[in-house]
Design a protein around this ligand. Structure first.
Ligand code: SF4
Ligand code: SF4
Length: 147
């Protein structure tokens, strides 16, 4: 009799789980979620790489090269080709790279990580001009880290 009541209750009650990915719940406040990085303001100091406890970040600094044409925000003249690798499958989302980045350009996005069929690194390739980007004011960094 008890079992019958459980069956009937479950039969007419709504499901307790969501139909993910059709129904996506908004992240809770302070959700860590995906890590994103703004290439343009990286100073290539490599603090994120040195701090990461699992080696999920690698910043490779290439040889000096001539920047043929400078676009908006770029420096004309000699530069270096930078390759920054981030492996989200090694990352344990500890947030240490976010704490140490002097530019405040690594942030938790608070969104779900997209499903993937292959474990691939995220690679950003960019040119660091002869003049490094200016350091951001402390309040701006704090604001970026909180968003
Ligand atoms: S969150 Fe932690 S584990 Fe992930 S890249 Fe940053 S320092 Fe490394
Ligand atoms: S700590 Fe920040 S500024 Fe330094 S290399 Fe990493 S992302 Fe770039």
């Amino acid at each position: 009799m008890k079992m019958l009541s459980v069956v009937l209750r479950n039969l007419f009650s709504p499901p307790v789980t969501r139909k993910y990915p059709q129904e996506i719940r908004s992240p809770f406040p302070a959700t860590r979620g995906e890590i994103v990085f703004t290439v343009e303001e990286c100073m290539t100091c490599r603090r994120c790489e040195r701090t990461c406890p699992v080696g999920a970040i690698k910043v490779e600094i290439g040889p000096r090269l001539e920047v043929a044409s400078a676009g908006e925000g770029q420096t004309r003249g000699a530069g270096r080709l930078i390759k920054r690798r981030y492996d989200p499958y090694k990352c344990i989302y500890c947030g240490l790279c976010i704490e140490v980045c002097p530019q405040g350009i690594i942030v938790f996005q608070g969104t779900h990580t997209s499903p993937a069929t292959r474990k691939e690194e995220k690679v950003a390739v960019y040119t660091l001009g002869a003049r490094k980007p200016a350091a951001r004011p402390a309040e701006e960094k704090k604001e970026a880290a909180m968003n």
